[in-house]
Design a protein around this ligand. Sequence first.
Ligand code: GTP
Ligand code: MG
Length: 197
Amino acid sequence: AFARPAVFLQGAAKIEQLPEPDLPEVAFAGRSNVGKSSLINALTGQKGLARASNEPGRTREVNFFLVDERIRLVDLPGYGWAKASKVETRKFQNLGRDYLRGRVNLKRVYLLIDARHGVKAPDIEALDALDLAAVSYQIVLTKADKIGPQERQRVAEATLKAVSKRPAAFPRLVLTSSEKGFGIPELRAEVLLACET
Ligand code: GTP
Ligand code: MG
């Protein structure tokens, strides 16, 4: 894991509650249930750090975790969850969007895509918004333990192709399983690198 244990710093339910932008941040975005909170737990090696759940819509605030006393990992509410009440969903999705648009210390967004499903319509909207705001992002394929090696290869290639012409997309993706631990050391190294610049 990282050199020191990660700690939960704070949640923000409103844009005014964000911490000062005085440390480098990387944020985890993606559809509800794609595995954002689980990935933060896997990266830090601390299972109960971020609250993960099989019930979509678990994360409703922007949650900040301090890593190595110098980097913040940011767990965002998911998007594209059809069953949530409209008003409620819009509230926390707007919060996520406002965070992503205006954050000067945001080094990179990790946009998580379920390896079983690939890029879906709500993901395209998120990609468009990130490109428009010129926020640098890298794709992470999640739950790769749920598919076989050939399927992994196929989805990875298709996903890279889907983002290859996008201006703010990073040219590599990471295939991960928070459950089995694969891709996690690689992603951790990418996070550290992103925060050095
Ligand atoms: P929201 O907070 O609702 O936006 O969801 P989230 O993206 O934070 O997803 P979360 O981490 O809560 O995980 C959703 C479900 O997927 C949980 O039941 C996790 O145990 C499961 N899950 C997450 N990552 C993996 C993985 O790599 N492999 C498998 N098999 N299951 C996973
Ligand atoms: Mg979550």
